[in-house]
Design a protein around this ligand. Structure first.
Ligand SMILES: Cc1cc2nc3c(=O)[nH]c(=O)nc-3n(C[C@H](O)[C@H](O)[C@H](O)COP(=O)(O)OP(=O)(O)OC[C@H]3O[C@@H](n4cnc5c(N)ncnc54)[C@H](O)[C@@H]3O)c2cc1C
Length: 427
């Protein structure tokens, strides 16, 4: 039995723990937050990630909490609808609030996986037999393999691969999201206003009882850096930056800004991607946003995390089983047949399967950015016109199916699970 430490209990971490548990491995998940993080924005499933949900036996649980969003309206500063988008463009094939998904994954794993909250890894020392891990609070422990599922600003990546700036590619935009009252009476829909370099609006959530306000904007393009000019940990400065960027805009923006000021789940980050030559180093690997964040503009972050967890666990299972069989056949300790080499083979196979999928998702974010946050009045007018004409365009289906094509840009193998599907206790 191989022992795993996974850093991060959001989407990719618990999804990986789920599969490791089904493959009869021992997984410990460490999370810096005191509990699974509730709340959050809507996240989408497209293509292959739905197959993985099926294989996990969790599709019904996710569907029971689906947001069931319709299309979104674009309005002008007077609130007049100027364009409309289809439901799949924003919500994928299945959409759920991130906090709900985290809860479902946690419920499906909590009995067979050790969860350690309110702690973080501070040091990783790898040797021939495993990794000695030191923590902020807990005593040091040894594991066979360590996986970073700790998001865009991953600590495991920093400790094992190097500083974040070596791998983070800022796309030149920032995003802020917060839960606000549903003043616009949105009914399973959203309304957005775009101005050059800015898109702001809200969509309804939790059966229309609340709304999520979003503020997307281009960072200062007059500077060489594409990063927002605020510290990642300075929430006051981030709130001020959003305020400064959107003050003076009409429609519902003043009200959304005043609600953002008092929101207790204010979220802010740069729109960034992570690019690495390899998703692993020795006995340490990365999954989800930590290894290959495509950014919220891809609409594929959750799908990448769910698929990545499945492929990583599956390739490990295949390689470890193969190594064990080879030893049993008495080809003992032939180079390449030891468990130590098995994880290297697994990591290489995981890399090979995921890399083209990651590239497609990351490209989708870059292509989508100029449509979602148009840079000029001329392009904004062209975008709105295109959306207005869309229902009449003969190639409409092709455009609608593009995100689905990206969602299916990975081939899923069938990996052998040792344990049956765990029952998910209803909440
Ligand atoms: C504003 C916004 C909108 C989005 N919209 C969509 C969308 O519409 N569709 C979509 O598919 N995706 C969307 N995403 C992306 C999606 O949320 C992520 O891509 C997805 O959750 C990736 O999951 P993850 O588990 O890899 O990382 P994360 O969800 O970032 O989770 C990382 C976890 O690691 C924990 N952690 C961090 N550091 C440490 C540490 N040092 N020690 C221990 N734990 C640590 C964090 O607390 C967190 O729980 C959006 C993201 C954002 C920011």
């Amino acid at each position: 039995m191989t022992t795993f430490l996974i850093s991060g209990a959001s989407v990719a971490g618990p999804a990986l723990a789920y599969w490791l548990q089904r493959f009869s491995h021992t997984a410990t998940v460490i999370e810096k937050a005191p509990a699974p993080r509730p709340g959050g924005y809507a996240v989408d499933f497209r293509g292959a990630s739905l197959d993985v949900l099926d294989r996990m036996g969790l599709r019904a649980a996710v569907e029971a909490r689906a947001t069931r969003m319709g299309g979104m309206d674009y309005v002008n500063e007077s609130g007049k609808v100027v364009a409309r988008t289809s439901e799949t463009a924003f919500s994928g094939e299945l959409e759920v609030l991130r906090g709900d998904l985290v809860e479902i994954l946690y419920d499906a794993t909590r009995d067979g996986v050790e969860y350690v909250f309110s702690d973080s890894i501070t040091r990783l020392s790898e040797d021939a037999d495993g990794v000695l891990v030191e923590f902020e609070r807990g005593a040091p422990r040894r594991f066979d393999l360590v996986i970073g599922a700790d998001g865009l600003h991953s600590t495991v990546r920093r400790l094992a691969f190097g500083p974040e700036q070596d791998f983070r590619h800022d796309l030149g935009y920032a995003v802020s999201v917060a839960t606000v009252p549903n003043h616009l009476d949105l009914d399973h829909t959203g309304r957005l206003l775009s101005l050059p370099g800015k898109t702001v609006g809200a969509y309804s959530a939790r059966g229309n009882t609340e709304a999520k306000a979003l503020f997307y904007f281009a960072t200062d393009t007059s500077k060489a850096s594409k990063s927002p000019a605020v510290d990642r940990r300075d929430t006051a400065a981030q709130r001020q930056l959003v305020e400064d960027t959107f003050t003076g805009i009409g429609w519902e923006v003043p009200r959304l800004l005043s609600e953002l000021r008092v929101a207790d789940d204010f979220y802010f980050d740069s729109i960034s991607q992570i690019k690495l030559d390899s998703y692993s180093r020795g006995r340490i690997a990365l999954v989800g946003d930590a290894g290959y964040c495509a950014s919220p503009l891809s609409g594929m972050g959750t799908s990448l995390g769910i698929v990545g967890a499945y492929v990583l666990a599956g390739e490990l299972q295949a390689a470890l089983t193969d190594a064990k069989d080879r030893r049993a056949d008495d080809v003992a300790h032939r180079p390449g047949s030891t468990p130590a080499a098995a994880h290297l083979r697994a990591f290489a196979a995981y890399d090979a399967v995921m890399r083209p999928f990651v590239a497609a998702c990351q490209k989708q974010a870059v292509d989508g950015a100029r449509w979602f946050i148009p840079g000029s009045r001329a392009f904004l007018a062209l975008r709105n016109l295109t959306f207005r004409l869309m229902p009449y365009l003969p190639w409409r289906k092709l455009i609608d199916e593009l995100p689905l094509k990206v969602g299916n840009a990975v081939e899923l193998k069938q990996y052998e699970a040792r344990r049956p599907l765990p029952a998910v206790p209803p909440r």
